[in-house]
Design a protein. Structure first.
Length: 212
């Protein structure tokens, strides 16, 4: 039985997608804790309703980033997780934190990395006139929104799109690819090659193209 810890900042729809897939597909895994730095993160209510163990570590109570990350790492370590899942966790992580969990720390970012690291990814894709947008699941390295890519989902940018419409189209794909990536990791189906490339060892497609 593998153990997952999830970190959320907000509504937690990716957390829900992963937890729902885990239950429906009967993965040999459990979610030991859902942790948020925001006491009122909407996803915490859903997690509690599911009977998941939730923890709040309010970042405003810490003097600096290092102190918060140390407390967060100590809490995560209590569960000895095989995988730490960043599911809309909107904090910059210190190098020490990332190194501590390196290789078992996964994130989803709403762009086709390395394009559009950081915030406002959908508006920036629209402003750049992109015809394709998407999301990336990757292992976390100390560089923000960077690291070995596990799977990417691409969607078309359609005439008349605004930020909300494009975000919704991408989010629907996030809910497909993130559970898939987590399932692969827990089943030991991913291989990290020396150049920092991630290969699915049975050749599963590491992309999703959501045609309109
Ligand atoms: C998702 O779109 C996720 O890709 C993004 O935040 C949203 C969280 O939604 N993450 C980042 O921007 C990380 N850099 P959710 O709380 O409903 O899963």
């Amino acid at each position: 039985m593998k153990t997952i810890v999830m970190l959320i900042s907000g509504r937690g729809s990716n957390m829900q997608a992963i937890a729902t897939a885990l239950a429906a597909e009967r993965w040999p895994a459990r979610i030991a804790a859902v942790i948020s730095h925001r006491p009122h993160a909407g996803g915490l209510d859903w997690a509690r309703e599911q009977g998941l163990h939730t923890v709040v570590i309010d970042h405003t109570g810490f003097a600096n980033r290092e102190a918060f990350d140390a407390a967060l790492a100590a809490e995560i370590d209590r569960y000895d997780p095989d995988l730490v899942v960043l599911a809309g966790f909107m904090r910059i992580l210190t190098e020490g934190f990332v190194r501590h969990f390196e290789g078992r720390l996964m994130n989803i970012h709403p762009s086709l990395l390395p394009a559009f690291a950081g915030l406002h990814t959908h508006q920036r894709a629209l402003d750049a006139g992109c015809k394709v947008a998407g999301a990336t699941v990757h292992f976390v390295t100390p560089t923000l929104d960077h690291g070995p890519v596990v799977i990417q989902a691409a969607v078309p940018v359609l005439p008349g799109d605004d930020e909300a419409r494009l975000a919704a189209r991408v989010l629907a794909c996030e809910h497909v690819v993130y559970p898939r990536a987590v399932r692969w990791f827990l089943a030991d189906e991913l291989r990290l090659e020396p150049e920092g490339r991630v290969r699915h060892q049975h050749g599963e497609p590491q992309w999703l193209w959501a045609a309109p």
